[in-house]
Design a protein around this ligand. Structure first.
Ligand SMILES: Cc1cc2nc3c(=O)[nH]c(=O)nc-3n(C[C@H](O)[C@H](O)[C@H](O)COP(=O)(O)OP(=O)(O)OC[C@H]3O[C@@H](n4cnc5c(N)ncnc54)[C@H](O)[C@@H]3O)c2cc1C
Length: 392
């Protein structure tokens, strides 16, 4: 698609400078369409929000191509990060996949901070406003939207895009539906500098992801590009359980001991993910929007990424969808002078692919925390490989 320069003075405001918001602004910028990003944090915090993300060929990688960043991405992506191991609680191994680095597979890994640095490296810094937390957005009679920020600033925009994550402040303009607790609680832990401090754990984990699933619980490990192993000790629990569990971020040593009790009868090589972790524990309840969520169309407001379809991380699609949405919306804006038409085109397409992924994510969540989850996940992955081979 050719680069165009728009002189229509339309004001586009993007709320949220996560992977979705940054990708959107960058693709618009590439086509000469100005926008402004309002981000609540005082600076980019994506390194602290950590976590390695696999970037898929047909979504995240496509968006990086549209943003002109694919070659730079290939330089920093970790193709070896596609290693995957699956165990049950006894340490029985069901899957032991070693990625072929030279093959440059379809789902290489990148740390969230590195991905955001990449996007920021090409973005005009003057469009990014840090320290602007949106409190409220409301429609005006002239079709514009008024944005009220916590710092007292007020702006008006012709097009507002909520890229402000699961707890979006833009979403209430379009729908009364709120996120609901998925039934899964995760505890995020970190084994920093793992190769030097705990080579036995790195040898066990290998270069990518390790899933251990059993008894409706899971220990998930992933080697990140900065040398840490990020760990998610996860379990099905009532929403209120966290308050009474005695596991809190304020008392990390106690929290680790309690987690070791919860996983008491698990194989020692799996418990090391908790035992070796640094003394910081971050509890997270996992929230989701209903599968197939849609909202009342508004020709001046739309949503992308988690704001539009937050789902559990068990399809590994969240960041990929956020970037795909950004690409689809940006290109619809480029194609259509008529803003209402651009939003309609984007939303119709997005509802279709996002609902499919939300269903997959929900089904995977149910499977991963059901009885005999490891053999079931093994069967599912084998049947997907079989289907893929038949199609190829
Ligand atoms: C534990 C866990 C593991 C995950 N693992 C994976 C994975 O392996 N693969 C994958 O693809 N996805 C994964 N995800 C999901 C992925 O992180 C998200 O889907 C992705 O970050 C969504 O991007 P986004 O830009 O839509 O929103 P976010 O990344 O949430 O960014 C939203 C931005 O908006 C800002 N903001 C929020 N509120 C306001 C406000 N009121 N005003 C202004 N700014 C605001 C925030 O500070 C933030 O910068 C995981 C998520 C979790 C919780």
């Amino acid at each position: 698609m050719k680069t165009t320069t728009r002189n229509d003075h339309r004001r586009i405001a993007i709320i949220g400078g996560g992977p979705g918001g940054l990708t959107l602004a960058l693709i618009l910028q590439k086509h000469g369409i100005p926008s402004v990003i309002y981000e609540r944090e005082l600076e980019d915090k994506s390194h602290e929000r950590g976590g390695s993300l696999d970037i898929h060929e047909n979504s995240g990688q496509q968006a990086l191509k549209e943003a002109g960043l694919f070659e730079a991405f290939q330089q920093v992506a970790r193709y070896e990060g596609e290693d995957f191991r699956l165990f049950d609680k006894t340490g029985k191994c069901f899957i032991d996949e070693v990625a072929d680095e030279d093959e440059q597979g379809g789902r290489p890994e990148i740390d969230r901070g590195v991905l955001c640095d990449l996007l920021l490296s090409k973005l005009d810094p003057t469009i990014l406003r840090y320290g602007y937390k949106l409190n409220k957005a409301c429609s005006l009679d002239n079709g514009m939207t008024e944005l009220h920020f916590e710092n007292g600033f007020v702006d008006r925009a012709d097009l507002v895009i909520g890229a402000d994550g699961a707890f979006s402040r833009v979403r209430p303009m379009l729908s009364d539906t709120d996120v609901s607790y998925s039934g899964l609680t995760m505890f995020e832990l970190n084994v920093v500098d793992a190769a030097n401090r705990y080579p036995d754990l790195v040898a066990f984990n290998r270069r990518g992801k390790m899933f251990a699933l059993d008894d409706n619980k899971g220990i998930l490990g992933q080697l990140n590009g900065d040398g840490r192993i990020k760990v998610y000790a996860s379990l099905k629990a009532e929403r209120e359980w966290l308050q009474t569990s005695g596991i809190s971020a304020d008392k990390p040593q106690e929290a680790k001991s309690k987690l070791l009790e919860i996983f008491e009868d698990w194989n020692e090589s799996l418990k090391k993910y908790i035992r070796y972790a640094d003394d910081a524990v971050l509890p997270r309840r996992i929230y989701m929007l209903p599968v197939g969520f849609q909202w009342k169309r508004n020709s001046g407001v739309t949503l992308i990424g988690d704001a539009a379809h937050v789902m559990s991380p068990f399809a590994g699609e969240g960041v990929n969808l956020a970037m795909q949405d950004a690409m689809e919306l940006a290109l619809a804006i480029v194609r259509n002078e008529d803003q209402a038409k651009a939003i309609e085109e984007y939303e119709e397409k997005m509802y279709e692919y996002a609902s499919e992924k939300a269903r997959e994510s929900h089904d995977n969540l149910v499977l991963c925390f059901s009885d005999d989850a490891a053999p079931k996940l093994n069967n599912l992955m084998n049947s997907l490989i079989e289907q893929y081979n038949i199609q190829a």
